[in-house]
Design a protein around this ligand. Structure first.
Ligand SMILES: NC(=O)c1ccc[n+]([C@@H]2O[C@H](COP(=O)([O-])OP(=O)(O)OC[C@H]3O[C@@H](n4cnc5c(N)ncnc54)[C@H](OP(=O)(O)O)[C@@H]3O)[C@@H](O)[C@H]2O)c1
Length: 429
């Protein structure tokens, strides 16, 4: 507009000073519009991209994509094999080392499940060696060996993911987390349920008040151990039992409903069917009462059942004052979440959210159902380790300790001297 006016000024013989000012603004405006047009039509995009490539965040992202996260695996057992195949199919992850008590077992494992990984005879041989360059170690041995192995790894400051249960007593669990915190070493108990997208969604909904105040949670989980399970599960009253094997999955549900950031365990009780002769907890009905740290939070109860005597549907319901969340079958590997909210005094609406499991190339026959989803846990660990954290936000040290407290308190009552071990019902074997 200023340029046109300048032209009009020349034709009409306006004073020179006015024409110069108009010409100046015309030229300036032309220049600015050209720059604006360039920036608007892609120049800005390009400049932003060029800039973002230089930020530390972008460089970290780039290196995350280019450098694989390297895993060492301790044991050549069943879940170790599943983990190796889940990681094999996860972009940006690889298994670089495997240790078993015997070198032959480690070699066979590598040939079948982790081609190209270095095989070590004896766990210590792998822990001592730094040639494999692993970023983290996955401990998948029997529970009674977890504490000692994790301690050795933490002493070497190796980020560690240890299969559940992290240890066989609350004191041992606490000692491991204290050691990890003292040496600033990452440690996570492998409660992989927490890393599933369905669990993340449930936590988000609960935290956002989607079902109001949580009043109660109900969950069961069990399988018939007579149908085949690792020897260590039955074990003895001191080393085995179902509470130790799967109790943590039920406690996880109590802590999903009553987040360990906001609630404390007030009370826990249980009744059990104990194994004939060995006295292990075979079937347990447990109740826990959780209280909010903030007196404004009401708290509520958890009703949990675990068993080794039969298969169960594995359903979990979280009940709130304004609705409910329900994990349809197999809540420890959740893929479907039903969210029911009240729409009027007498009506409600249910939304079904599906979270399909990751794709599987079918090259491995899984030892345990849903193991391809161990990918979620591996990815969580990599994220936390790369961020320099000592714990994963999905299953923190506090979560894990709270879960072990619930299970231990219940187990302690079941093993009270008054329990009549010989009175175990049929169904024992
Ligand atoms: N996340 C899940 O869904 C899931 C599923 C199943 C099991 N788990 C957990 O994973 C861990 C391993 O279970 P698993 O089913 O893989 O068991 P498994 O097949 O019996 O393997 C256990 C491994 O423990 C090692 N081990 C160390 N000391 C041992 C001893 N004295 N006797 C026998 N084995 C000994 C052996 O390793 P070597 O190969 O070195 O000899 C064996 O391969 C347990 O903590 C279990 O609770 C988790």
């Amino acid at each position: 507009g200023a340029s046109i006016l300048a032209g009009v000024g020349v034709v009409s013989g306006w004073p020179v000073r006015i024409r110069i000012v108009l010409a100046f603004f015309g030229t300036l405006s032309f220049f600015l519009q050209s720059c604006g047009g360039f920036l608007w039509t892609g120049g800005i995009d390009f400049s932003r991209r060029a800039l973002s490539l230089c930020t530390a965040e972008a460089l970290k992202h780039r290196s995350t994509r280019m450098v694989p996260f390297r895993w060492a695996i301790t044991s050549a057992g069943k879940i170790a094999a599943d983990f190796a195949h889940a990681v094999r199919q996860l972009e940006g992850h690889e298994v670089v080392a495997v240790a078993a008590r015997s070198e032959a077992a480690a070699r066979e494992f590598c040939a079948r499940h982790a081609r190209g990984a270095a095989a070590y005879g004896g766990y210590e041989a792998m822990f001592r060696c730094d040639r494999h360059g692993a970023d983290a170690c996955y401990v998948a041995t029997r529970p009674d060996s977890h504490r000692a192995l994790c301690e050795r790894l933490i002493a070497r400051r190796v980020p560690t993911l240890c299969e559940k249960p992290l240890a066989t007593s609350v004191d041992d669990v606490a000692a491991l987390y204290a050691a990890a915190a003292a040496s600033r070493t990452f440690l996570m108990e492998g409660v992989w349920t927490r890393c599933f997208p369905a669990t993340a969604k449930a936590r988000e909904l609960l935290r956002g008040g989607a079902i109001g105040d949580v009043v109660a949670v109900q969950a069961e989980f069990g399988y018939a151990i007579a149908n085949g399970c690792p020897d260590g599960v039955r074990g003895s009253a001191a080393t085995g039992g179902m509470g130790r094997d799967i109790g943590v999955y039920l406690a996880e549900k109590a802590l999903l409903a009553f987040d360990s950031r906001d609630y404390d365990l007030a009370d826990a009780r249980g009744v059990a069917v104990l194994g004939r002769g060995d006295g292990v907890d075979l079937t347990v009905a447990a109740s826990a009462r959780m209280v909010g740290r903030d007196p404004k939070r009401r708290g509520g109860v958890a009703s949990l059942l675990w068993t080794g005597q039969c298969d169960t549907p594995e359903v979990c319901a979280v009940l709130g004052t304004a609705g409910s969340l329900r994990f349809a079958a197999t809540h420890h590997t959740p893929r479907t979440l039903e969210v029911t909210t009240r729409t009027s005094r007498t009506a409600s609406r249910t939304e079904v959210l599906d979270f399909p499991e990751p794709g599987d190339d079918g090259a491995h026959r899984w030892n345990y159902p849903g193991s391809i989803s161990l990918q979620y846990e591996a990815a969580s660990v990599a994220r936390a380790v790369r961020a320099g954290a000592v714990e994963a936000p999905e299953w923190t040290h506090a979560d894990s300790l709270a879960a072990h407290r619930i299970v231990e308190r219940v187990r302690d009552q079941c093993y009270a001297p008054t329990a009549d071990v010989d009175a175990a019902k049929p169904g024992d074997f």
